[in-house]
Write a protein that binds this ligand. Structure first.
Ligand code: SF4
Length: 153
């Protein structure tokens, strides 16, 4: 993890704790042929060894937050850490978990997450120059036509 925002109001329809992950292969840039990733500068950020239990403890003390969002760089390039956190979090909370990935649905196996309740994945590369659309499940705008959310559990 490279950062945590304990109260975020822009990435999901509910107030959320946002966890930012440190790695990505920058597939959106490679496919586009130029540097269009808006998170690219995060690649130089210090990687923090944050303990899931410490984050969950902070979450439990916050009366505002009702969900957890995992986002860029690419959470699924740190799949072990994603699973460890969710497993620990589900020990105390059934609150919504949202994972923002740049992978397409057919590129990533999320079967190991389906045993946990209330998980939604936002799929798809960022492709610039398209018309944003509102995603009802997330309650936010998505910026490329190919991007959508899907509840997986
Ligand atoms: S998946 Fe996310 S972090 Fe990776 S290149 Fe695409 S927009 Fe950037």
């Amino acid at each position: 993890m490279i950062d945590v925002v304990f109260e975020d109001f822009v990435n999901y329809k509910k107030p959320s704790m946002v966890i930012e992950f440190p790695y990505c292969t920058f597939k959106c840039n490679h496919e586009c042929g130029k540097n269009i990733c808006q998170n690219y500068q995060l690649k130089d950020s210090e990687v923090l060894e944050l303990e899931p239990d410490d984050l969950i403890s902070e979450y439990s003390k916050d009366p505002v937050t009702e969900a957890v969002v995992m986002q860029g760089l690419e959470p699924f390039d740190s799949m072990d850490d994603v699973i460890i956190f969710i497993d620990r979090f589900r020990g105390s909370f059934d609150d919504d978990i949202v994972i923002y990935t740049g992978y397409n649905e057919n590129e990533i196996d999320v079967s190991s997450l389906k045993k946990y309740k209330n998980i939604t994945v936002k799929y798809g590369r960022y492709i610039p120059g398209q018309t944003p659309h509102f995603d009802k499940e997330l309650g936010v705008m998505l910026y490329s036509d190919n991007q959508y959310s899907k509840r997986i559990s």
